[in-house]
Design a protein around this ligand. Sequence first.
Ligand SMILES: C[S@@+](CC[C@H](N)C(=O)[O-])C[C@H]1O[C@@H](n2cnc3c(N)ncnc32)[C@H](O)[C@@H]1O
Length: 197
Amino acid sequence: MRYFVITGHKAVTTGDFKLDDIAGGAGRLDILVRCVNSAFFLSHDLRKDVEIYLVLEGGEAAPKTVVFKGSELRYLNPDERSTASLIRNALLKPVKQGEEVRSSPGVYVTKMSFYDVLDLLAQKGEFVYLKEDGIDCRDYTFPENPIFVLGDNRDLTEEEEAALVSHSPDKICIGPHSLHADHCMIIVHNEADRKSV
Ligand SMILES: C[S@@+](CC[C@H](N)C(=O)[O-])C[C@H]1O[C@@H](n2cnc3c(N)ncnc32)[C@H](O)[C@@H]1O
């Protein structure tokens, strides 16, 4: 399995945003939508061995985490608007602390915070922090079940980074430039594919 955790520092947690405004009023939800695309899409297939945890930290209902599970996913299309619609449908579902509510096949909403997500995933694999000052991913042996953690248009906050560090992640860099989160995901998938993880 491969897991991705991405923090949407301003991303909305209620479903009352307009699909035409995901880069504005929805708190840069467009970044997370593109990350969903990068997590799953191959040319003519979907990666079934991937889960992505979108940690939404904006608005009054924060935090919420929307989870996409490749093994169960249906109705995921490459366009941003329909993926944003899947997230909006998840956010419209009532959810209580400790619950995981399914909004469509393979899409779930929870009240988990970034810290809850780290605690949950700690039992499932090994954390790999994507960061510009990490070791070169080409010198790195990927673990069997990597849990890749990255920021949206901002890096993790100091508190988030400290919580991640407490789980002793490996820290890897994927190239000489600071890249968009969704582009990082494609590259790290490719590097892991080449090493046949
Ligand atoms: C758009 S960047 C965040 C802001 C960026 N650090 C800056 O200073 O402009 C989004 C995230 O992608 C990851 N990232 C970007 N470039 C990377 C690289 N070369 N190697 C590893 N991770 C990278 C980091 O997790 C970063 O928080």
